[in-house]
Structures are given as structure tokens and as C-alpha cells.
Design a protein around this ligand. Sequence first.
Ligand code: PLP
Length: 449
Amino acid sequence: PQPNPQVGAAVKAADRAHVFHSWSAQELIDPPAIAGAEGAYFWDYDGNRYLDFTSGLVYTNIGYQHPKVVAAIQEQAATMTTFAPAFAVEARSEAARLIAERTPGDLDKIFFTNAGADAVEHATRMARLHTGRPKVLSAYRSYHGGTHQAINLTGDPRRWASDTGAAGVVRFWAPFLYRSRFYAETEQQECERALQHLEDTIVFEGPQTVAAIILETVPGTAGIMVPPPGYLAGVRALCDKYGIVFILDEVMAGFGRTGEWFAADLFDVTPDLLTFAKGVNSGYVPLGGVAISRKIAETFAERPYPGGLTYSGHPLACAAAVATINVMAEEGVVEHAANLGACVIEPGLRELAERHPSVGEVRGVGMFWALELVRNRETREPLVPYNATGDANAPMAAFGAAAKKNGLWPFINMNRTHVVPACTITETEAKEGLAALDAALSAADEHTV
Ligand code: PLP
């Protein structure tokens, strides 16, 4: 693509004049103007091209502009752009069928939403109505979305400003051995103690008051902490013991990200409700949803479910989901994510960790990896303090600038960088990204002690 700085400047000027951006102090940001994107890359109007190690916000699992999905959206737009949710339409029926065929166990009914946060809102509402109980338990290191209930369930600092008396939300610590809350030294200890802590929380809250436990199967934005073997099965057993609904939030982890259709498959667990969005259609058109177990679906067999959305199961979004899931199946995208993750990304990151003192831990699975950056490997002091801004965040800013200088757009959250490219990335592209990461980590190393 030809650079066109003049158009870029106009796009930026209109943005600065009129667009109010998420999670930002409006006068302190400088959003880059983007001219186009394809596969694992995007480019600006000034001739800079970047390998996207963020997949947008971890959602373009099949990369940008997949021609088959673009064509399916065009075709759907030409035949039936939209139709109200109370009717049966082909794209919606087919999307629900393809999703239900892939979700674990008996999660066979699909309630469609517009995105992830409203999927979480509806899953928790279903759990409360199903049990008649008021509380939902969620983990401190988590992100569940930006709407009222979802942000209150969230553990990360984005919650703080909106924490206006989260009625019925109780938080607990999920396992994370590298920064154990349980003084554990092995994964097994971490698992056992985290389960004991969760059971204590349930007992002291009063099991008869707890409607649901919600967990990201593999927590994403909070740090990609793959749970130790046995943890999710243990949570399942606690939910069964106390009659609690088990919700797995797979908005980020689902649809190939972990090298399985759903991360729950890695652990052989079946929740009662599973939320999804993002990868369901790689975000080409907004779509999310809740996959519902037979037991919970039965609650609403003779009694109306009191909730809905104008665009529930929007045909354009559902047609994009049908095409995306078919592309993923035909092209073996899920298997590719597992293989490339295990054979290229993981060994590449471990090799970087050996050479760069700023890397405290490498963890992840599939196309879902985190590097925990530290000032000191012995003390594990994070490279920047928790939720740092301004000067305190300078080491991570230096890391990010060095990555971009080398043509890599990195995912950065606090003291971590996540390696979450499109699940369709090639080996050559992955190696190009790892080389850029190598250079950027040298900038981080300068801040180690
Ligand atoms: N749940 C998880 C695990 C997420 O990662 C996110 C978004 O990043 C959400 C929910 C919210 O999704 P959305 O931004 O589509 O509302």
C-alpha cells in the first residue's frame, strides 16, 4: 500500500475532534491512524507496517480480512442484512448449530449477545434465576467486561473506578504459582490450597447464598495463568457439592486461542454456562453469547427467560461466525495454533528468557503466551509497579517503543507482554516476531538490577 500521510492526518484530526476513546484520558492519547490490515499485519498511512502480536484485543484469531469471511459477510448483506431475534433465520440457526457442536458436554443451547460483557451479564443472570441465590464469586486476577455486572466481577484495576457497591459479588484468589498467595512451592500445593481457599470462601459466605462461580478458563488480560492440573476439576466438584452454577468465561480463551476449540477441553471440564465472543467470528462483526447446559435450559423451558437484546443473533454477525468456524475447521486453524505454539512460540520464548534477565517467567499454551518482566529474577520484583502510570511505567514504555521500532506491535499489560498473534500466523512470521521481541527485551534488560 502507498503511504498517504495527508489522509492519515485527516483521519487523525477527525478522531481527535470527535471520537471519545475507551479507558483513556482523552487529551493524553495519540491514537495511530490505521490504513489497512491483512493476515497478521496492519499498516499506517506513513508507510509503517507492523506484525500484530495482539490480534487487535486478542480477537482476530483467523487474522485480518480473511477472504472467505469477507465474502460471507458481503453475501449475507446482499440477502438479509438484519432480522429481529424472535424469528428463525438461517445464519443464526447455523451459527448456533456449529457452536453447540463444539462446546463441551451438554452445552447445546446458544443465547446470542453483542459481545463478551453482555454474555457475562446474561450468564450471571441465568445462574441467579436458576438457583434463586444472590451472589457470584469471581477471581481477583480476571477481566470479565466493561458493563455494570461484568466490571464488578472483574478483578483487575479497571474495576476500581466503577466499583460502586457491587451487590452480590465476592472475590477470591485463583492459583498462580509464580506469585502465590498460598506460600506454595509446587503446582500441586498451589492447586490444593487454592481449592481449600475457595471452599472456605463458599462456606463462610453461606453456600445457600452463592449462585455461581465465574472463572476465565485460562485468565487472559490478567496474565495468562494456565491453571494447575486438577484445579478446574476441583472447582467443578465444589460447584456440584454446593449446588453452585459453574461459569467458564471463554471470551478470550475460546475458539482456538489455546490450541483447542475451547480451553475447557484442555482440562476435560464441562461448566454449566460458557461465555464466548471475540474468536467466534474473529470480531469481523460484533458477536458474543452464552452456551447453556441442559439443566439450566430446562429452567427456562416453561418459564420465560427475562432478558434479550435487539440484535441477539444478528444475521450479519452470525454469517461471519458460520464462515469463520468453517474456515477454522477447513484450514486446521486450531491444530495449527497448538502445533506452532508448542514447536515455535514456546521454545522461542524460552530461549529469549535464557538470554534476557528481564524475563521472570514464560507461561501459556497454544497461541496464548505471557512474559512476566521483572527488575530482578531472584526477588521477582515486577519491572514496573502494579498499575503504574507515567514515569513509573517508563521501562515498559521503552520496551514497547523498541518493539514498534522493529516492526512489532506488542500487547502490554502492566509488567507483562503477551504473545497473542493470529492463530493463523506462519512459522516465518512467528520467528520475525520473536526476533523483534529479542531486540525489545534488550531495552527492558536495561532496567533490571
Ligand atoms: N471476558 C473476557 C475473558 C475478556 O477477555 C473480555 C474482553 O477482553 C470480556 C469478557 C469482555 O468482552 P467485550 O469487550 O467483548 O465486551
